[in-house]
Ligand binder design. Structure first.
Ligand code: PLP
Length: 462
């Protein structure tokens, strides 16, 4: 064990994000992460944790994958050149061809970027340019990024509202509702329907069978481009190389990021057919209509190529499917009947455990407690805390996980696809043991209250 690094905590709280630092102290979730390998994280006290979050689905290969690191070192050692709109480079040509091959026809063109939000923005821009329509349709519960354009299609108010008014012409409909989709598209005003094949941050919400196929048909019929945001579901996460491969349909635009860079280099990509690209950007005055200075840089391209190669070579999509099925089976057997567990669902290693039955009566007590003891935190009053509390208890048991961004009562389990099966079994045991402490929501809230009272005395220090 080493000594916790107080200087890092102070610097983080002063110079990075004071509000977040305070929140980390409220329940005792604060850690300083110093090292990671495979599915193991190490904090500044030398404590080891199993990573069940994988950088919100970025670390599909596991942390610090040695072959990925070697590929990156080799790319840098080759004195690569990066140019923006002045000519071609081998690495950008190679990554675009590799992505097209990985996604299959009709995908032929890859517009590179650095983040998921940028890659979604690229899809919206191309859709507007190609269709000459302004509207963008998306779903309640969707998460597509935190830039202004992607916030405009964000499916939850908390993160969107502070920045309104946003990009005009957007409309949200319930996820999975074919009638609502048909009605919206019939107006023939939408350039794009942007949707996640599985809504991760809404709480791992799977579409009803046939929904995405119906979306494909309706979009084609009404001249709207179908955009699959696979920033979180792609690169093997849900048991296929891309989730759309399981749906037996093909979107017009495929958006990737997160795990595409192996969790080491920021990389995003927006894939489309050559014909669609020509429709939007085919005239000479539009050759530079989309791009950014470091899009398609050598390190990003090397990371994406190595990641796609390793996922294929090691059969990580199939591994994700098998381990995910087993994880859901084990969770169902161990905690499926617990009075606080509402649902266990997912596909591949993207699994959600929904907790919190019977909260409503306990919530008003907890809200009153918060209003008295921590008025500034009142906006975060339960039910959000219930999922966060289980994440705190899991952390203390040696497992890092988090509730979904828009559904704090759903604990997300999305480890690296390379995780050992025994580590997953350990996670199931840990969660089952923690749940044994609670038979009701009121019992959870009592513990949350006691923890906050003890930490509040210390000024939420962590
Ligand atoms: N789309 C989805 C489905 C996501 O889950 C996220 C991030 O969590 C994004 C887009 C935004 O990606 P980034 O954070 O790289 O901008």
């Amino acid at each position: 064990m080493s000594e916790p690094d107080a200087a890092v905590r102070d610097q983080f709280a002063r110079h990075v994000n004071p509000t977040f630092a305070k929140l980390l102290g409220v329940l005792g979730y604060g850690r300083v992460w110093v090292r990671a390998e495979g599915a193991t994280l190490v904090d500044d006290a030398g404590v080891r944790y199993v990573d069940l979050l994988a950088g919100f689905g970025s670390m599909n290969l596991g942390h610090s994958h040695p072959e990925l690191l070697r590929a990156l070192a080799a790319a840098l050692a080759a004195s690569p050149v990066h140019v923006c709109h002045t000519g071609a480079t081998p690495h950008e040509a190679a990554v675009a061809a590799r992505l097209a091959a990985a996604a299959g026809p009709p995908f032929e063109i890859a517009m590179m970027s650095s983040t998921g939000a940028e890659a979604v923005e690229a899809a919206i821009k191309l859709a507007r340019a190609a269709t000459r329509r302004a509207g963008v349709l998306s779903c309640d519960g969707g998460f597509h990024g935190l830039s202004l354009g992607t916030l405009s299609i964000m499916g939850a108010t908390r993160l969107r509202a502070p920045f309104e008014p946003l990009v005009p012409g957007t409309q949200r409909i319930p996820f999975g509702d074919v009638a609502a989709l048909a009605k919206a598209l019939a107006k023939k005003k939408h350039a794009a329907f942007v949707v996640e094949p599985i809504q991760a941050e809404a709480g791992v919400v799977l579409p009803p069978p046939g929904y995405l196929a119906a979306a494909r048909e309706l979009c084609t019929a009404h001249g709207t481009l179908l955009v699959f945001d696979e920033v979180q579901t792609g690169i093997g996460r849900t048991g296929a190389r891309f989730a759309f491969h399981d749906e037996k349909i093909t979107p017009d635009l495929l958006v990737l990021a997160k795990a595409l860079g192996g969790g080491v280099v920021p990389v995003g990509a927006t894939l489309c057919s050559a014909e669609l690209h020509r429709r939007g950007y085919g005239s000479l005055d539009r050759f530079d209509a989309h791009g950014s200075t470091f899009a398609g840089n050598p390190l990003a391209c090397a990371a994406a190529i190595a990641t796609l190669d390793l996922v294929d070579r090691d059969g990580l999509a199939a591994r994700s499917r098998e381990l995910g099925e087993r994880l859901i089976e084990r969770l169902t057997a161990r905690i499926g009947g617990h009075p606080l567990v509402r649902a266990i669902r997912g596909r591949g290693l993207l699994v959600g455990v929904e907790v919190g039955t019977g909260l409503s009566s306990a919530v008003s007590d907890a809200s009153a407690w918060l209003a008295e003891h921590a008025p500034r935190l009142g906006r975060l009053a339960p039910p959000p805390f219930i999922g966060q509390w289980f994440a705190v208890r899991m952390l203390e048991a040696g497992y890092l996980c988090q509730p979904a961004a828009h559904a704090w009562d759903v604990l997300k389990l999305e480890p690296p696809l390379t995780i050992e099966e025994s580590a997953l079994d350990g996670a199931v045991d840990a969660l089952a043991r923690i749940l044994e402490d609670y038979r009701s929501a009121a019992a959870v809230l009592r513990d949350v209250g006691a923890r906050m009272a003890s930490r509040g005395v210390k000024g939420w220090a962590w």
